[in-house]
Design a protein around this ligand. Sequence first.
Ligand code: 9MR
Length: 364
Amino acid sequence: MGAPPTPTLPPSRGKGVSRRLAIASGFALAACGPRANGQPVSGPVPPLKSLAPFPIGTCVQARFLDDPAYAALLTEHFSQLTAEWEMKMEYTVQDDGSFRFDRPDAIAGFARRHGLKLFGHTLIWYAQAPAAFVNLDESRTSFARAYDNYITAFVGRYRGHASGWDVINEPIKDDGSGLREHLWSRRLGEIDHMVRAFHVARAADPDAVLLINDYNLESNPAKLDQYQRLIDRLLNAGAPITGIGCQTHCNADLPAGALTRTINALARFGLKVHVSEMDVSIVRAGGWFVSREEKEAAQARLYAEAMSAFAALPEQQQFAFTIWGVRDPESWLVKEDRSDTPLLFDAGGRAKPAFLAVEAALRD
Ligand code: 9MR
């Protein structure tokens, strides 16, 4: 995905203005957050997964699994794995059209050995259009056959193991004005390619939860609205969609209440809900006058808010709560800015205030 827009606040000229802007940007309650001093915990903390009646997920890359400290932290706290990128077409589809299963299998094998659930991410994504598909002739029949074949191969391979799949990823335009246009929609139809993908996935695994997934839903009401309309259209078209993903990549200046409203709005469909990729960026948050400590406290509050809203959903709708990474330095956001610290654990694997906030939300 492209970088979600970062709301930047203008520089303040006086104390009063700073305060007003701080309130508008969602930092107002920062001081009320847990451990506003921002220090990580030095002693032991309870395993997160032991506190939650639903799966607590994270994303992984195959190469991380060889690091014993990483693997120990991961298996202690998380109960579901999503491949961060190695189950996407950028890895799985080679130029000659053949598929690579080695790293997906390595991640699935690790999950199986450690008794963790596996989540499939992602089948059809506008951002992934491998040459082998682009180069197929224009005939709708052969393209559709290759499309079906891909979905069948991956969903079928992990049938009975993968608890669910992101069948369609990020279908809504960033400005919320409509659906994205891309290889899959051009060749197989704007709605039809999605309906088709859900049917093929369902045929390949009758039990997996089949999800749609998108981001910036909490920060862009137009996008959330468009997402809900699309889900309605897919359901009306008979697509066997059984879950809704809310990526929840947010910035520390997101106003309080937005996450709760979004999670509740998505739950109204009665389908399963997946908080699917949560992280809270410190550096993308606006407000140069707001201290790092305040942003970290705001980060902790946002994690707690999302967890509380998710934990309050009816049990049968709680698919999983997934955090997009384990330790800060491995986050995708760090590639953009090395000083970002968006996750629950620091570089040394120590639990941060955001972890304690999530723990408290789960104990409530
Ligand atoms: O975190 C992922 C990064 O390592 C990959 O390079 C990138 C492209 O595959 O995808 C990132 O994960 C994205 C996820 O698959 C979909 N939602 C947005 C995530 C962050 O960009």
